[in-house]
Design a protein around this ligand. Structure first.
Ligand code: ADP
Ligand code: ASP
Ligand code: MG
Length: 412
């Protein structure tokens, strides 16, 4: 029997009415003869509320209890979805992560799935159950504690189930009708893509396009999962939405395929550090030991043997970075005059596999930003992306200007 995975995000299960609408979509696929695994997120806003409860109760919380609280939103929607399907006479039951089980690492709040045991669910399908509803975002650690997969983690649950069950496809139902050339909430001219290459989607996701969790794209790429993003609010045909697929299957051929943005960035500058061998290690080793995810790095021009070193990291890691560097200074491992954090920055990135073979993309990007009088603070590039750090107040303007400059509103 063919298995289909259908994932419904927070807005798609935000009310009982929307759960009924999603259940109807599931019914359509059951009628086509699929055994369906439905992965649900918590109702929209619910996870944020739970995170708020934890923060208020215990600012330096025990991550195991954070996961116990924050994973619970998905339990509610999984049960409600199973009940709704049963009301429609579709044989269904719910599973929490630990019941499947979805085995993960013990990295609480950012756990990785290591194994999904399919036997329990397979046995139920064999007995005539038509839909397995699984709470997304959660798993169980080797120590037997509840874990969560990081924000947006239900996408990863869905892809991991599709891989474990050899599903015909993994459909991600969300509040937009596919992957766009940029966030449609920021640029009116954003255009829906029919296909996007895994590599591009991976970059866009990791650079801030939250339509798919980065890890879900990584898994889909590794296990060859047919991954589709589509709207839960419209009637859907079989070719609706956006297919995330291997590069060779993409029809469009252009230097830039999409623009991503992230407002959760901060820039930190160490003023006047000694410019000597080993200095980068002395800075970035304590940061990595403190779990700070350093992204972009620039070393400024050196004068009289001293230099400024700038790096970017997620905004919620600024305090941790500050502590690690001040402690390194106190220990005498590192010497600097001052440490300045700028939390009013955003990262804007252009992504495209076409960049590998076409030159001039960076020049065009910088010229476009300069024409809008937007100052670039830090630049980072890779084979298929160019990212810049700018003042956050210009983020939307930069996204729109770059979208225009690369003519992304037109099919290429
Ligand atoms: P869900 O709750 O269904 O998981 P998310 O809010 O996590 O939904 O992701 C969908 C959102 O991703 C959209 O509402 C949109 O604002 C945002 N988004 C960012 N970049 C893109 C993009 N390039 N294409 C589509 N949506 C994007
Ligand atoms: N509910 C979780 C979150 O809001 C997981 C998800 O929706 O994917 O991050
Ligand atoms: Mg999401």
């Amino acid at each position: 029997m063919s298995v289909l995975v259908m994932k419904f995000g927070g807005t798609s299960v935000a009310t009982l009415d929307r759960i009924r609408r999603a259940a109807k979509r599931v019914g359509v696929e059951v009628a086509k003869g699929h055994d369906v695994i439905v992965i649900v997120s918590a109702m929209a806003g619910e996870t944020n509320k739970l995170v708020g409860f934890v923060d208020e109760t215990s600012p330096l919380y025990d991550a195991r209890e954070y996961d116990a609280v924050v994973s619970s939103g998905e339990n509610v929607t999984a049960g409600l979805m199973a009940l709704t399907l049963q009301e429609m006479d579709i044989p269904a039951r719910s599973w929490q992560g630990w019941q499947v089980p979805v085995r993960t690492t013990s990295a609480h709040s950012a756990a990785r799935i290591e194994e999904i045991e399919p036997d329990n669910i397979r046995a139920k399908f064999a007995e005539g159950m038509k839909v397995a509803v699984v709470a997304g975002f959660q798993g169980v650690s080797p120590e037997g504690r509840i874990t969560t997969l990081g924000r947006g983690g239900s996408d990863t649950t869905a892809v991991a189930f599709a891989a474990a069950f050899g599903a015909v496809r993994c459909d991600i139902y969300t509040d937009v009708d596919g992957v766009y050339t940029t966030d449609p909430r920021i640029a009116d001219k954003a255009r829906k893509l029919d296909q996007i290459a895994f590599e591009e989607m991976l970059e866009l996701a990791s650079l801030g396009a939250k339509v798919l969790q980065t890890r879900s794209v990584e898994l889909a790429m590794r296990y060859g999962v047919k991954l589709r993003v589509l709207s839960s609010f419209e009637e859907q045909s079989d070719d609706a939405g956006t297919l995330v697929c291997p590069e060779e299957d993409v029809m469009e051929n252009r230097p830039v395929s999409g623009i991503a943005h992230s407002r959760d960035e901060a820039k930190m500058t160490l003023i006047s550090v000694a410019d000597r061998p080993g200095i980068a290690a002395a800075i970035f080793l304590p940061l990595s030991e403190a779990g700070v995810n350093v992204d972009m790095i620039v070393q400024n021009i050196s004068e009289d043997g001293r230099t400024d070193m700038t790096f970017s990291c997620p905004i919620d890691q600024v305090k941790r970075a500050d502590k690690a560097l001040m402690e390194a200074k106190e220990r005498g491992d590192l010497n600097f005059h001052d440490l300045v954090a700028d939390t009013d920055v955003a990262k804007v990135s252009a992504v495209g596999i076409g960049m590998r073979s076409q030159s001039g993309v960076a020049a065009k990007m910088f010229k476009t930003l300069s024409d809008e009088n937007i100052n670039i603070k830090v630049i980072a590039t890779s084979e298929i992306k160019i990212s810049v750090l700018i003042d956050r107040k210009y983020m939307e303007l930069a996204v729109q200007a770059l979208h225009d400059a690369f003519e992304l509103e037109k099919a290429g």
